[in-house]
Design a protein around this ligand. Structure first.
Ligand code: MYA
Ligand code: JJ1
Length: 388
């Protein structure tokens, strides 16, 4: 059934539920001298290219490929439209390898027709911190689909990850592959219900009028929690402590240091927004919340071309109730003109989703590890990891 994935060191369907298999790497590392030194072969009309995301021109090419060919919903009404700024942030991370930003070009035209990327990360699984690659932005041009290009790209990124002496990876996908460590549900909180209904993102509920719907989703004009403010550079040490302590309780979570927090969580215009609660009494930082900006193109609507979506990222509450904290972040997102606020049922998100009027979407997100077996089934609430 999975001609490619059956050959890979990932949890296989036949092994699901086999408790005799040990947790940890599925196969041991091989000596670096035994890692294949040359790239895998592509069909002869195509060639590998390493994408320099510092180059405005290359970044634009990756952006355009994804804008026209990346992930869509099941009815092909929306397509992710990651901005160039976002792609630079997502790929030029602390300690990144340019060799893991891999493109495929048509030899004749030099047009970029496929892409896959990896970034380095330390991911803790139970007690073990494992060096991994996070694989994302796998994309093959619509005209080149179903030609088995994706397996070649996955093998090539795997080879280049191995060359850096890294043997595990984490990735997410909307499709089911062998075999998810857990499956998460997308939830959506309408901020601009009229537009969402007009573009077919949501529908008027039974016995609901437009004006009742608008009233239902109305939010206060300004945030409520005293001491709620934007995160700044000087907050990096305190936020790192708060977040590390919080992420400790999850089975799978990133092992963030101050450098990582500065990169991933310090506000970056139109890419990532972060807020915290600083106690007005003792100036202690007690709570934190964040979201990233990922618009989608609206396919074939007369009136609108983009859906402005915010995605819940890392949130920590120790003093402000999670509901109140997230209500404040919804207020900020509304102020910033987002149409919808999206979240997965990971970490403690279930504690606020229903109360804050999120509804389940029609999409799921499956989480995977490459060459690492997790013994016990993991619930979404055991996941402390959000991939972009
Ligand atoms: S998830 C986002 C993926 N991108 C999209 O959905 C964008 C729109 N779609 C496309 O561009 C194409 O449909 C893609 C497949 C490129 C997805 N992850 O070439 P094919 C398997 C893994 O004929 P195409 C993200 O970016 C499929 O089961 N495998 O198919 C994370 C089949 O194998 P098998 C996938 O449709 C990516 C084979 O590919 C995916 O032309 C993580 C068919 O190939 C998928 N999303 O192209 C990648 N979709 O026969 C894995 C299909 O066995 C990383 N397939 O069923 C693994 C870790 C690597 C590093 C390891 C380091 C140690
Ligand atoms: O956004 C998604 N679904 C929306 C739109 C559905 C349009 C028709 N298919 C949705 N809307 C309902 C909202 C409603 C608001 C009021 C309350 C009730 C709910 O459900 C879905 C997620 O639900 N998104 C996708 O399908 C996009 C792909 C998701 C997989 C992503 C894979 C990414 C890989 C990255 O590595």
């Amino acid at each position: 059934r999975h001609k490619f994935w059956e050959t890979q060191p990932v949890g296989q369907y036949k092994d699901v539920g086999d408790t005799s298999l040990p947790e940890g790497p599925i196969e041991p590392p091989t000596p670096l001298s035994e890692v294949k030194q040359e790239p895998y072969n592509l069909p002869s009309a195509y060639e590998w290219t390493t994408c320099d995301m510092n180059s405005e021109e290359t970044c634009e090419e990756v952006y355009v490929l994804l804008k026209n060919n990346y992930v869509e919903d099941d009815e092909n009404m929306f397509r992710f439209n990651y901005s160039k700024e976002f792609l630079r942030w997502a790929l030029r991370v602390p300690g990144y390898y340019q060799s893991w930003h891999i493109g495929v070009r048509a030899k004749a035209s030099k047009k970029l027709v496929a892409f896959i990327s990896g970034i380095p990360a330390r991911i803790r699984v139970n007690e073990d911190v494992v060096k991994m690659a996070e694989i994302n932005f796998l994309c093959v041009h619509k005209k080149l689909r179903s030609k088995r290009l994706a397996p070649v790209m996955i093998k090539e990124v795997t080879r280049r990850v191995h060359l850096e002496n890294i043997w595990q990876a984490a990735y997410t996908a909307g499709v089911v592959l062998p075999t998810p460590i857990t499956t998460c549900q997308y939830w959506h909180r309408s901020l601009n219900p009229k537009k969402l209904i007009d573009v077919g993102f949501s529908r008027l509920g039974a016995r609901m009028t437009m004006s009742r719907t608008i009233k239902l989703y109305k939010l206060p004009d300004s945030t409520i929690t005293p001491g709620f403010r934007k995160m700044e550079l000087r907050d990096v040490p305190a936020v790192t402590r708060l977040l590390r302590n919080y992420l400790n309780q999850f089975v799978v979570a990133p092992d963030f240091d101050e450098n990582d927090v500065e990169h991933w969580l310090l506000p970056n215009d139109n890419v990532v927004d972060s807020f915290l609660v600083e106690s007005p009494q003792n100036h202690e930082i007690t709570d934190f919340c964040s979201f990233y900006t990922l618009p989608s193109s609206i396919l074939g609507n007369q009136n609108y071309s983009t859906l402005k979506a915010a995605y819940s990222y890392y949130n920590v509450s120790t003093k402000t109730p999670m509901n109140q904290l997230m209500n404040d972040v919804l207020i900020v997102a509304k102020q910033k003109d987002f149409d919808v606020f999206n979240a997965l049922d990971v970490m403690h998100n279930e504690t606020f989703l229903k109360e804050l009027k999120f509804g389940p979407g029609d999409g799921q997100l499956h989480y995977y590890l490459y060459n690492y077996r997790i013994r016990n089934g993991l619930k979404p609430s055991g996941l402390g990891l959000v991939l972009l």
